[in-house]
Design a protein around this ligand. Structure first.
Ligand code: NAD
Length: 455
């Protein structure tokens, strides 16, 4: 199937590469010439596990352009542009409206494609996009016959290709049976799992394909917000209990494990830590709160999830204060800048707020991340931090280390050797990644989140 994707970011690029790998003919349009020229040279502008394998394999079915000129022959146009937060919390639909307007001006009036919102957008947006595109077409003297569907994206950065090839569910929000059929055809290889799995992304044992759930666009849009709000709330819930566990000298890791054994609860998204970050949870929680407020309604659970998360982000500074005693003049090493492992995405990462606070307290900051250093530097060029070349360079001369991203590499580091390079021995484990006993045996004063202080 001929498919156009607007926006070659984390969602658009992984979706485009996946669909091309599955045999569709994909045109990826992005307004950023740097993104397109990098892709034309075979280089991904983002780090995502599996991209190095799938991008070359998808290459013969995919083309990259900054122009909307060639979109006319597509049967489906997927929109995957950013929908960032406005000051008031509402989703900023500027990129989406711009994309839709350009699409409407590029269609010729014969055999319209279906426009599909993959971006996370407030309830009612599919209907507004429908009005916008068809009004432009009418203004151009063309018949207004474009259908608009919602197909929210649930992929997780760091495992985006797993989620694209082996999703739990595909949600299609479409009013017309013909649109539902078209999107079912688009996702057929995934629904039926009739493709050769890449060796580095083998099909999970027992996996038989996703549930395809078709509904109307409004419900589909709300499924996305409700899902993200629920996940954010789950993390905030375990973080709320982590604070209590710490005061009682209990261990949240064991508590969460015991909770997760109940299949109604499950063990996923039940890890205590410095809180969620990234470009989605915060933005989407704010947007759905804004929508509710517009209707005179409140969402106290979603509001609470945000409040707990904000409180959680202050945790590290209080641990630093209590263990290090004098922060001014101390050297603190930050391990992990990406908002989660497996990605180089630093949008709304917990690292930025913490670094700013520690700098305000007079600390000298060194940072290290295996994948996200360039991205972090590009996003926050004015933060006066020293970029370490590796873990040993980071630990060298530090009074304290603070782990913020649970990279596998950090788990397997030579901790006694790193300890020997440090000036003092404080270790704050913001993700409860390491074993407290082992870390204390390695010579550290270890503080996790919601765990036994003394082991
Ligand atoms: P992103 O910022 O990584 O990528 C967006 C891309 O769109 C950019 O490359 C930008 O240059 C391009 N763009 C913007 N306006 C354009 C236009 N008019 N024409 C062509 N290109 C344009 O964003 P993302 O993280 O991929 O997120 C995209 C959407 O998907 C958002 O609504 C987000 O909430 C949602 N989403 C993201 C994730 C995730 O993990 N990143 C997961 C699920 C859903």
């Amino acid at each position: 199937m001929q498919v156009t994707i607007i926006g070659a970011g984390y969602v658009g690029l992984t979706t485009g590469v996946t669909l091309a790998y599955l045999g569709h003919k994909v045109t990826l349009v992005d307004k950023n010439p740097a993104v397109i020229s990098s892709l034309e040279q075979g280089k991904s502008p983002i780090y995502e596990y599996g991209m190095d394998v799938l991008l070359p394999k998808a290459r013969r079915n995919i083309s990259f352009t900054t122009s909307y000129a060639g979109i006319d022959g597509s049967r489906v146009i997927l929109i995957a542009v950013g929908t960032p937060s406005k000051e008031n919390g509402d989703a900023d639909l500027g990129f989406l409206e711009d994309a839709v307007t350009q699409i409407a001006h590029s269609l010729s009036g014969t055999g319209y494609p279906v426009i599909v919102n993959k971006s996370t957008v407030p309830p009612g947006t599919a209907s507004r996009v429908n009005t916008l595109v068809n009004n432009v077409l009418s203004g151009r003297g063309l018949s207004p016959g474009v259908n608009v569907a919602s197909n929210p994206e649930f992929l997780r950065e760091g495992s985006a290709f797993w989620d694209a090839l082996y999703p739990d569910r595909i949600v299609v929000g479409a009013a017309e049976p013909s649109t539902r059929e078209l999107l079912t055809e688009l996702y057929q290889p995934i629904i039926e799992q009739n493709f050769t799995a890449p060796p580095s992304l083998p099909r999970p044992e027992g996996y038989n394909g996703p549930v395809l759930f078709t509904t109307n666009p409004l419900n589909a849009e709300l499924i996305k917000y409700a899902s993200n709000a629920f996940l954010a709330m789950k993390v905030s819930f375990v973080n709320e209990f982590a604070g209590l566990a710490e005061l009682l000298n209990a261990d949240i890791v064991e508590i969460a494990y015991g909770m997760g054994l109940d299949s109604r609860i499950g063990n996923k998204f039940l890890q205590a830590g410095v809180g969620w970050g990234g470009s989605c949870f915060g933005k989407d929680a704010r947007a759905i709160l804004y929508t509710a407020k517009k209707y005179g309604y409140s969402l106290p659970l979603v509001q609470g999830a945000i409040e707990v998360n904000n409180r959680q982000k202050k945790l590290v500074t209080s641990k630093i204060r209590s263990t290090l005693k004098t922060v001014p003049g101390s050297t603190i090493g930050i391990m992990g800048l990406a908002f989660k492992p497996g990605t180089d995405d630093c949008r709304e990462t917990p690292a930025t707020g913490l670094i700013a606070e520690l700098l305000n307290m007079g600390a000298f900051i060194k940072v290290y991340d295996p994948m996200a250093m360039d991205n972090f530097q590009r996003l926050y060029p004015d933060l006066p931090v020293e970029y370490a070349t590796d873990l040993a360079d980071l630990a060298d001369g530090c009074d304290a280390l603070v782990l913020l991203t649970e990279w596998e590499q950090f788990k397997n580091a030579d901790w006694p050797a790193l300890r020997s390079l440090m000036k003092k021995n404080i270790f704050i484990d913001g993700r409860n990644l390491l074993d407290p006993r082992f870390m204390e045996q390695s010579g550290f004063v270890y503080r996790g989140v919601g765990r036994h202080v003394h082991v």
